[in-house]
Design a protein. Structure first.
Length: 187
């Protein structure tokens, strides 16, 4: 299950495979049961990544043709507008929703992956986070977070509108920045 869309797309139906990582916490045989359940579920649903990416791209990624795509302003933790990136110092805006704590934080990220827009969703049951890393000006606000959650729920990538992935103590982490970057050039 580690094929990328760029390597083996299915052009006839615009679907592609995806990765899931799982960690057992309670029993030694939970991985087998998780794999059986997950594979059955994956076979039943077809995920149209091209549609998902076409809806996420305008929310998460700056248009590379934009004349001013190097300057980036973001909301800070107090929702003030702050300069995050310039041509010589790239970055991304981040909104992080700690789902189980009902806490949202906003900040600027200047690490190596900062210029890549991506989503990072982690659900351990007792703690869960839904992070949006985006490269559009002021993209780390509540409206972007809600729109991204709505898209993922609509396509069945999350199990709840709030962004939860599962109902148990499983650990599933989906990072789709690579899919977004691979498929950005397809349209």
């Amino acid at each position: 299950m580690n094929r990328g869309c760029g390597e083996h797309p299915h052009p006839q139906d615009d679907t592609c495979p995806y990765d899931i990582h799982h960690v057992c916490k309670d029993r030694g045989d939970c991985a087998q049961e998780f794999a059986r359940t997950t594979i059955t579920e994956m076979l039943k649903r077809q995920i149209n990544y091209l549609s998902i990416v076409s809806e996420l791209r305008p929310l998460v990624l700056v248009d590379p043709q934009s004349p001013n795509n190097t300057d980036l302003v973001c909301f800070d933790p107090k929702e003030n507008v702050r300069q995050c990136a310039i041509a010589t110092n790239r970055g991304s805006c981040v909104i992080s929703d700690k789902l189980t704590e009902n806490e949202i934080t906003r900040y600027c990220n200047n690490d190596m992956q900062a210029m890549l827009g991506y989503l990072n969703i982690s659900d351990l049951g007792s703690s869960a986070t839904f992070d949006v890393h985006c490269t559009r000006p002021l993209c780390n606000g509540h409206l972007t977070l809600k729109a991204v959650k709505d898209i993922l729920f609509k396509y069945g990538l999350t199990k709840t509108p709030e962004g939860r992935l599962n109902n148990g103590s499983q650990c599933i982490k989906i990072s789709i920045w690579l899919i977004v970057s691979l498929l950005t050039n397809w349209n």
